[in-house]
Unconditional design. Structure first.
Length: 384
């Protein structure tokens, strides 16, 4: 009898069984995300396919439903998002790169200011040790900051939670602010069946596919920061600038990308049920609110000086992800090329400078004869 039971459990513990269970959970997550997006679309809510999928799946994940994301599928959709963003570049946009240099300087100043404020918030109210607070306070780079933070002695659970909360808060609040405060119409246009199912020429698909595959794997091979989206975006931008392709991606591709991205964000809330992360969640919310208010003030003050549309400058400053902010920009018909360049600059700036500056600061901290705080100094800075 016992041998039969043990054999049964051994079968259930096989990699094949675990993979099958994971795939079922991914499919359930995508179904829930699709239903959430459809419900938001039916209710004419802003940015329905991404917000609807994100909110429904995150609520289910927090409630304990077995939602999971597929890393491979998400990376494929990130490459597609690169195509969507790249399609917004034109030859006229290239002539404005010199004018955008001042905006890049403004983004850099904003990143430094908000990082300093967030670092103080996480240290004072989140009670985090220094590495955890430092890499949690960065305005981008969830993956790189988690890895760098763990290597520096930070908490590998709290750092990603802080970044997920930041992205979730930004993606949720920016459309709501634009709709109910600025009066921007984010209501999705009605779906015309003939346009929805229209299939472009095979030549267009071939160019898109080449840009996605070559850009994705080429950027990864030469280790470009955030190359999974930047590689396809740059190649696709070149294709549109040189007139190799003139049509936009079909609506069903854009909707599918929004559902997958929104669902992927929502599934990461499965780890927020523990009490020990509650302080990090609350602190991250407060820190993100400060970032959003700072972006709003700077955008209103500096847009006339830089002669840039205040809405585009706001979307370029807010610390959401390039993918998520790109989707919002596309739905607004904002200057998507400008917004993409600014977020790309922010990510590269953070990915390169944050670990280097922390290393210099940490060595100076040790040379001063002081001992940095560790996770044992604080029960909320533990891992797991």
């Amino acid at each position: 009898m016992s041998n039969g039971f043990s054999g049964h459990f051994r079968v259930m513990d096989t990699p094949y069984f675990n993979t099958a269970v994971h795939r079922v959970r991914v499919v359930l997550s995508l179904i829930a995300g699709g239903l959430g997006g459809a419900a938001f679309f039916w209710l004419s809510l802003p940015l329905p396919w991404m917000l609807g999928s994100m909110l429904v799946v995150s609520a289910g994940a927090v409630g304990g439903l077995p939602f999971r994301r597929s890393i491979r599928l998400r990376k494929a959709m990130i490459a597609i998002m690169g195509l969507i963003l790249g399609s917004c570049f034109t030859a006229d946009k290239l002539s404005q790169l010199g004018l955008w240099s001042l905006a890049m300087l403004l983004v850099s100043v904003y990143v430094v200011l908000m990082t300093g404020v967030s670092l103080g918030v996480f240290r004072r109210f989140g009670r985090m040790n220094l590495p955890t607070a430092y890499f949690s306070s960065m305005l981008g780079g969830l993956g790189p900051m988690t890895i760098a933070g763990e290597e520096a002695g930070g908490d590998n659970q709290l750092i990603p939670i802080a970044h997920v909360i930041r992205i979730f808060c930004v993606v949720s609040s920016v459309p709501i602010y634009l709709t109910f405060v600025q009066g921007v119409d984010l209501t999705p246009p009605p779906i015309v069946l003939s346009e929805f199912i229209a299939v472009p020429h095979w030549r267009d698909w071939l160019i898109w596919g080449g840009c996605a595959v070559i850009g994705f794997f080429g950027a990864r091979a030469i280790r470009i920061p955030f190359g999974e989206i930047l590689g396809p975006m740059l190649l696709c931008a070149a294709a549109y600038i040189f007139g190799l392709i003139t049509v936009v991606l079909p609506p069903f591709v854009v909707i599918a990308a929004q559902i997958v991205i929104g669902t992927s964000i929502g599934t990461q809330f499965a780890n927020l049920r523990g009490r020990h992360v509650l302080r990090t969640v609350v602190t991250s919310l407060g820190s993100t609110v400060v970032m959003l208010v700072g972006a709003l003030i700077i955008a209103e003050l500096m847009a006339p000086v830089l002669k840039i549309d205040s809405l585009s400058l706001l979307l370029a400053l807010v610390p959401g992800g390039l993918v998520e902010m790109g989707l919002i920009a596309v739905s607004l018909n904002a200057d998507t090329a400008f917004i993409s360049v600014m977020h790309t600059w922010r990510f590269i700036l953070i990915a390169i400078s944050a670990p280097l500056l922390f290393g210099l600061f940490w060595r100076g901290f040790l040379q001063s004869g002081r001992h940095p705080p560790t996770s044992t100094d604080n029960p909320d800075a533990r891992s797991g």
